[in-house]
Design a protein around this ligand. Structure first.
Ligand SMILES: C[S@@+](CC[C@H](N)C(=O)[O-])C[C@H]1O[C@@H](n2cnc3c(N)ncnc32)[C@H](O)[C@@H]1O
Length: 159
C-alpha cells in the first residue's frame, strides 16, 4: 500500500485523497474471492430481474465490487481508534483479507503499527504474523485483541 503523505491540499493540483493498494502474487494461482457492494439507485422502478433492496440510505442492488473504494480515514472519536497516528480502518483490511485469503490462511504484516491487520485477521478466522520495529506496538495490539475478546496467541520475538 502506498502511503499518501497526509491528506494534502494544493493550489496547483487536485487535492490528493487516495491511497494506492499494490497487489502482488507469486504466480497466477492466487486466492481471490469476488466481493459485492451496494449500488444505490435513484428509484426502484424499471429494473426487471434485479433484486432491489432498501436500507436507510435508499434503494440499492448488490453489484460486483469496483476497484475504487470509498473507505473514510479513521477519525479519533471512532470506537476502533487507539490513538495511533497512522492507524488504518479495520474495514479496509477486512475487505482485503476477505477477498484474498481463506479461513485459516496466514496474513503477514511486517509493519503492523497498531495491529489492524492482526485484529482483522482474527475477526475473519485467519492466522496472522505481525511485526513492528516499535516496541509499543505489542501493548497496543494486545489491548485491541483483549478489547474485542479475540483470543490470538501473541508471541513476542525481540530482535
Ligand atoms: C504506517 S504504520 C502502520 C500502521 C498500521 N497499518 C495500522 O493500522 O496501525 C508503519 C509502521 O511501520 C513501522 N516500521 C517502520 N520501519 C520499520 C522496520 N524497518 N521494521 C519494522 N517496522 C517498521 C513503524 O514503526 C510503523 O508502526
Amino acid at each position: 500500500m502506498e502511503q499518501t503523505p497526509a491528506w494534502r491540499t494544493s493550489k496547483r493540483w487536485f487535492s490528493r485523497k487516495h491511497d494506492t493498494i499494490l497487489f502482488y502474487s507469486k504466480s497466477d494461482r492466487y486466492t481471490f474471492h469476488p466481493q459485492q457492494e451496494k449500488s444505490y439507485l435513484t428509484h426502484k422502478y424499471g429494473f426487471a430481474n434485479i433484486d432491489i433492496q432498501q436500507d436507510a440510505r435508499g434503494y440499492y442492488r448488490l453489484a460486483a465490487m469496483r476497484d475504487v473504494w470509498d473507505i473514510p480515514a479513521l477519525r479519533g472519536n471512532q470506537p476502533e481508534a487507539v490513538g495511533y497516528p497512522t492507524q488504518k480502518p479495520l474495514a479496509l483490511y477486512e475487505r482485503i483479507i476477505r477477498a484474498s485469503s481463506n479461513p485459516g490462511d496466514i496474513a503477514l504484516d511486517p509493519f503492523c503499527g497498531s495491529g489492524t491487520t492482526a485484529v482483522a485477521a482474527e475477526r475473519l478466522g485467519r492466522q496472522w504474523i505481525a511485526m513492528d520495529i516499535w516496541d509499543g506496538a505489542y501493548d497496543i495490539l494486545c489491548g485491541r485483541l483483549e478489547a474485542e475478546r479475540l483470543g490470538g496467541d501473541v508471541i513476542v520475538i525481540a530482535l
